[in-house]
Design a protein around this ligand. Structure first.
Ligand SMILES: *Cc1c(COP(=O)(O)O)cnc(C)c1O
Length: 366
């Protein structure tokens, strides 16, 4: 069987380095807010080219903290609106509703699966405070037009960069395209920890200060609380592991690109819709490789019967979730179509060349 994602094998790529580091942290007696977190923050900041990187407990917290900090520093208030793609992972939406902000859903582009930038302007109202872009599947969504739109309406651009670490637009890394970005290092992400972890990046000093405090009980000085904060710290063990794996992320993303290129050039079956390659290959890090089929259930069964594990990212769009029952009657046809048709194939830095060939053969015989 070809696994969808072999996390054990992915982490064993760096076994010796990781085991030594785990032992060092264990023996150090210092487990939170120490040198490992500082070092990882410094290296993530250098890697992305962004002034500040703040380690936090997970990706959802990274996003929640950005919006919470914008509220604390007075840029936003409860009831304000934030534009967000309708087909995103639920975490992007939760980060807004958790802060009392109103998500304004916008349809994606059927070819890129990312927010359709041409449909943003019509959704801007006097209450809009930010455009929340999500580089879904590892593909950058950005343009000069988006930048100009945000500037013209005094909107922040916030990036959900959970799926696209290492992707680039015009030589700039994701996380450095807008005003602030949230990263997830969930084990299955392109840069994955051995548990939960996340980070925020920003060039904004005031926002950085607010996020650091908010993530540590709202205090910047021990026992002095300036905000009603939360506990969302990155621990030393996760930071140490991430700092090792960060050195290899570009190589691993390049390997994913090679697989994607081969899938796109060699899968040739009219029943299957392939993802579109961006003009600049650096704009995609292929967190997932998503195909579409009008009869997804049959394709899914066929792949599984042929020993190829696969997943659906995602089966139910946010507006059809019970958690957002106030939206259940809304209609987003492109989003709904995507959720009905998509299927993710295995792609990872440890997927063997023979397995790539086998997946291509199986799909061409479907
Ligand atoms: C994974 C993910 C998150 C949340 O990250 P966690 O670390 O699981 O909290 C947020 N947004 C997107 C798009 C994601 O894929």
């Amino acid at each position: 069987m070809i696994k969808f994602l072999d996390l054990q094998k992915i982490n064993l790529l760096h076994q010796a380095e990781i085991e030594q580091k785990l032992l060092d942290v264990f023996r150090s007696g210092w487990y939170l807010l120490g040198n490992e977190v500082k070092l990882f923050e410094k290296n993530l900041s250098a890697y992305t080219g962004i002034k500040h990187a703040i380690g936090v407990a997970n990706g959802l917290d990274a996003l929640r903290l950005i919006f919470r900090a914008y509220i604390e520093i007075g840029f936003m208030k409860k009831g304000d609106e934030v534009i967000v793609p309708a087909n995103t992972y639920i975490a992007s939406i939760l980060a807004l509703s958790d802060n009392g902000l109103v998500p304004v859903l916008v349809e994606p582009d059927i070819n890129t699966y990312n927010i359709d930038i041409s449909k943003i302007e019509e959704k801007i109202t006097p209450k809009t405070k930010a455009i929340f872009i999500v580089h879904l599947q590892g593909r950058v969504v950005f343009s000069a037009k988006l930048q100009a739109l945000a500037a013209a309406h005094n909107l922040k651009i916030v990036e959900d960069n959970a799926q696209a670490i290492g992707a680039e637009w015009n030589g700039l890394k994701t996380g450095n395209l807008g005003d602030a970005a949230g990263f997830s290092f969930y084990p299955g992400k392109n840069l994955g920890a051995l548990g939960d972890a996340g980070a925020v990046t920003t060039n904004d000093d005031e926002l950085e200060q607010a996020i650091r405090s908010l993530a540590n009980y709202g205090s910047s000085e021990k026992y002095v609380n300036i905000y009603k904060g939360l506990n969302s710290r990155l621990d030393e063990i996760q930071a140490a592991v991430l700092d090792i794996k960060l050195k290899y992320i570009d190589g691993e993303n390049a390997y994913r690109r090679d697989i994607a290129k081969k899938f796109i050039s060699e899968i040739n079956n009219p029943k299957i819709i392939l993802p579109e390659n961006p003009e600049d290959e650096k704009e995609h890090v292929w967190h997932v490789f998503v195909i579409r089929s009008q009869n997804r259930a049959a394709l899914q069964k066929y792949l599984t019967d042929n020993g190829i594990q696969n997943l659906i990212h995602y089966p139910i769009p946010p507006h059809k979730q019970k958690a957002y029952k106030e939206w259940n009657e809304l209609s987003f046809p492109i989003t709904e179509r995507i959720h009905d048709e998509v299927l993710s194939l295995p792609i990872s830095p440890v997927l063997e060349k023979e397995d790539v060939d086998l997946i291509i053969d199986v799909l061409n015989n479907y």
